[in-house]
Structures are given as structure tokens and as C-alpha cells.
Design a binder for this molecule. Structure first.
Ligand SMILES: Nc1ncnc2c1ncn2[C@@H]1O[C@H](COP(=O)(O)OP(=O)(O)OP(=O)(O)O)[C@@H](O)[C@H]1O
Ligand SMILES: [Mg+2]
Length: 406
């Protein structure tokens, strides 16, 4: 029973060294394997997270692709916190509900909004990117027409400067005296006598930005667009102030409101109403001035001419003798001429507008070029005057454009 002694606490688990080694090796291998599996698990978990992320991104994309388009419209009126009147882009007016997530304070009549297609409820407030027509309305930062290049209108230049330049540059003068400067002026007169030129000269003389919009562009056929463009025009002008809005050919929208039947006419009237509202809506001491021009003052709506709107009407008439002399010399100064008798030309061009006088000088230059000369002579000008007169007759103008105008 000698073995009994050896047995007991210290009986070895393995019988020899080699068994021990093998076990240790197995253990090591298992440990390595565990390590490998662990890191593989980390990798897979990572992959899973990435795939989940991608799935949710794709889900979002699918949701966007599936969501119906929104209708663009304009807010007309807010009834209370929950309801509003909107006009959709096709012109129909609806009463709709306002999405409660929206900031109601930002909603004002005229705000551009996106509407749900089915319920037409207001989903989103669209922020004014300027209408391309309006921002394309030639924000001409600096035209380079000078007062000197406008001939024969000294008195009118003075009036325009008083009404536009002075209040923009020295508003305190008006405050001190306690009077309100005119918000805008209206230049009236036959075509081609310098209305547009004069407006540009004012703009180039002040630091103001110059925003030009032509009436016929505002009198568009799209319903609701004309009014919106007027609104955006004024708000662009305030943004860029000090500024001068130049509404050329205002008769296209400012014609008398008759009981017109066509919707096109009604649309033009809405544009006019919007213009009147904008004119009333700002303070005359603000840094925005308006110059409007027309050659049909007879058809302008009286409302436009009421005090507080275009309360100063400046007539730009056909040039008289002195005027024609100045205008001719302005245009001749840029040309190379030889021995010309301006007085004679002034006499022959009775009834010509500034534009026609300019056309005469250009025509004379053309005649000289055709004749291989580098200087314009009296004869060329006389020929040119004849040609311009013929052109007027073929255009159905009598020799006196005054008969046509006014
Ligand atoms: N008083 C003037 N002095 C110098 N040039 C003039 C004058 N009037 C007109 N012109 C010439 O005629 C061109 C046309 O003038 P302008 O565009 O100012 O006319 P308008 O009065 O605005 O005419 P419309 O009523 O047709 O718009 C000018 O570019 C200029 O070359
Ligand atoms: Mg003009």
C-alpha cells in the first residue's frame, strides 16, 4: 500500500511534462481565438452601425421622393392664430389652416408660402429670394449721365435736384423747417426729350442706388405677379437705400381705372393699387425716392397725382430755340466738325425732340463717313435734317409733335 502515501493533496493532474505543454498550447490558441473573435465582433458591430445609418438615410430619401410637391402661394390675410386667407399661384383664394410649428409673427400679408397640396394648409414660409424680374430690374449702381449732358432743361434740373437730391442728402433741413419733402416726382413730356436721361443724371449725382423698372414689365399677364413685383421692388429699394426707384413709362400701369371688363385690365389695376399702397406706406423722409416718367399724363389715374404720392409734376417739354442750341452743341462737341452754323440748324429743327436732334447729328456723321471725310460739314447736317424730317412724316408724325402730345 506504499502508493497510498504518495497519493493525497499533491497527486499530479497530468502524468508528464508533454501533456502539460499540450494543454498550455491549447489554452494559448483558445485565447488567441477569443481575441480574434472579439475583434471580429467589434468590426461587425461597426459594420452594422454603418449599414443602419445608410438604411435610415435611404429611408429619408425615399420619404422625400414620395412626399407630394407643395404649392406656392401668397398670404393675403391672417384671420387668427390658426386660420389664414391665401392665394395660390394659380390665383384661387382659399381659407386654410396655419401649421402650428410656424412662427406666426413672420407671416404677413404678401409673404410667400408653401402650401400642402391636399389640405392647402401653410407648411413653410418661403424667404424672399428676390424675384429675378425685380432683381433684374437693373439695380444700376451708377449710371454715368451728368447734368451737363442734359441740354435745355436747367429749370427742370433744379426742380428735380430740390425734390430728390436734397432730401436724400440733407433730410435735416426738411425736419428743421417741419415740412415733408415730396416722396416722388413725375416727369411728363413728349418722347425723346430727356426724361430718362434726367432721372439717370440724378442717380449718378447722388450716392443712391438706382433701380429702374419699366411699367410695361409690371403690367404682366400673370395674375398677382404685377402687385408682387411692385411690393418686391419697394422692399428691394429699402434694402439698398439710399435709393431711387425709377418707374419709366408708368402709364402702362397708371392708366385711369375704368370699369374694365377684361381680367388683364383688372390685373393692371391691382398692380396700380399695390403701387398706391406702397407709396402711402413709407415715410417721405425715408431714404427711398421715386421718379416716374410718362408721355401720357392725360391718361394717368388721378389717385397717383394726389398729394403725398407724386405731388410734384415736372414738365419736360420739347426744346425751344435755346434748348435745341444747347442740345446740338452737346452732341456736336463729341464729333469732329468743320465750319458749321448752329443757328441755322436750330432754325431748321423747330419741333425736334432731343432724341431727334441726336439722331440728326449721328446721321450727319454717317453721311460724312460715306463720303470718306473725317469731319462733318454744314451740308451733311442739312441733309440729315431733311432725312429725319422725312422719317417723321413716314412715321405719321405731323411737323408739329405738339399736336400729338397732350
Ligand atoms: N435734353 C436733352 N439733352 C441732350 N440729349 C437729349 C436730350 N433729350 C434727349 N436727348 C437724347 O435723346 C435720347 C433719348 O432721350 P430720353 O431717353 O431721355 O427720352 P425720354 O424723354 O425718356 O423719352 P421717352 O418718353 O420715349 O422715354 C437720349 O439718350 C439723348 O441722347
Ligand atoms: Mg424714357
Amino acid at each position: 500500500m506504499g502508493t497510498e502515501v504518495d497519493s493525497g493533496a499533491s497527486e499530479p493532474l497530468v502524468s508528464d511534462d508533454s501533456d502539460l505543454k499540450a494543454l498550455e498550447k491549447d489554452y494559448k490558441e483558445l485565447q488567441d481565438e477569443a481575441q480574434r473573435l472579439l475583434s471580429e465582433r467589434v468590426h461587425l458591430e461597426n459594420d452594422l452601425a454603418n449599414i443602419k445609418k445608410r438604411a435610415s438615410r435611404l429611408d429619408e430619401e425615399v420619404r422625400i421622393l414620395k412626399s407630394p410637391p407643395l404649392i406656392v402661394g401668397h398670404l393675403q390675410d391672417i384671420l387668427d392664430d390658426e386660420r389664414a386667407i391665401v392665394r395660390s399661384s394659380n390665383g384661387t383664394v382659399f381659407q386654410v389652416s396655419i401649421n402650428q410649428r410656424l412662427d406666426v409673427d413672420k407671416l404677413r400679408p404678401g409673404t410667400r408660402i408653401a402650401l400642402n397640396q391636399d389640405t392647402l394648409s401653410i407648411i413653410e414660409i418661403l424667404h424672399d429670394a428676390w424675384d429675378p424680374m425685380v432683381s433684374g430690374a437693373e439695380v444700376m449702381e451708377k449710371p454715368n449721365t451728368t447734368y451737363e449732358s442734359v441740354g435745355g432743361l436747367d429749370e427742370q434740373i433744379l426742380q428735380v435736384r430740390e425734390a430728390i437730391e436734397l432730401p436724400l442728402e440733407k433730410p435735416e433741413l426738411f425736419r428743421k423747417v417741419g415740412i415733408e419733402p415730396p416722396k416722388g416726382i413725375l416727369l411728363v413730356g413728349p418722347p425723346g426729350c430727356g426724361k430718362t436721361m434726367l432721372a439717370k443724371a440724378v442717380a449718378s449725382h447722388t450716392n443712391a442706388s438706382f433701380i429702374r423698372m419699366v411699367g410695361s414689365e409690371l403690367a404682366q399677364k400673370y395674375i398677382g405677379e404685377g402687385g408682387r413685383m411692385v411690393r418686391e421692388l419697394f422692399s428691394l429699394a429699402k434694402d439698398k437705400s439710399p435709393s431711387i426707384i425709377f418707374l419709366d413709362e408708368i402709364d402702362a400701369i397708371g392708366a385711369k381705372r375704368l370699369d374694365s371688363a377684361t381680367s388683364g385690365d383688372r390685373e393692371v389695376q391691382r398692380t396700380l393699387m399695390q403701387l398706391l399702397a406702397e407709396l402711402d406706406g413709407f415715410d417721405s423722409l425715408e431714404d427711398v425716392k421715386i421718379i416716374a416718367a410718362t408721355n401720357r399724363p392725360d391718361i394717368l389715374d388721378d389717385a397717383l397725382l394726389r398729394p403725398g404720392r407724386f405731388d410734384r409734376i415736372i414738365e419736360i417739354p420739347l426744346p425751344d430755340d435755346t434748348g435745341r442750341k444747347t442740345i446740338l452743341s452737346i452732341h456736336f462737341k463729341k464729333m469732329s466738325t468743320s465750319r458749321i452754323n448752329v443757328a441755322k440748324i436750330v432754325e431748321l429743327t423747330e419741333g425736334f425732340s432731343g432724341a431727334e436732334l441726336k439722331a440728326t447729328t449721328v446721321e450727319a456723321g454717317m453721311i460724312a463717313i460715306r463720303d470718306n471725310r473725317s469731319k462733318v460739314m454744314q451740308e451733311d447736317i442739312l441733309h440729315a435734317v431733311d432725312r429725319i424730317k422725312k422719317k417723321r412724316e413716314s412715321n405719321g408724325l405731323s411737323s408739329s409733335p405738339d399736336a400729338l402730345y397732350g
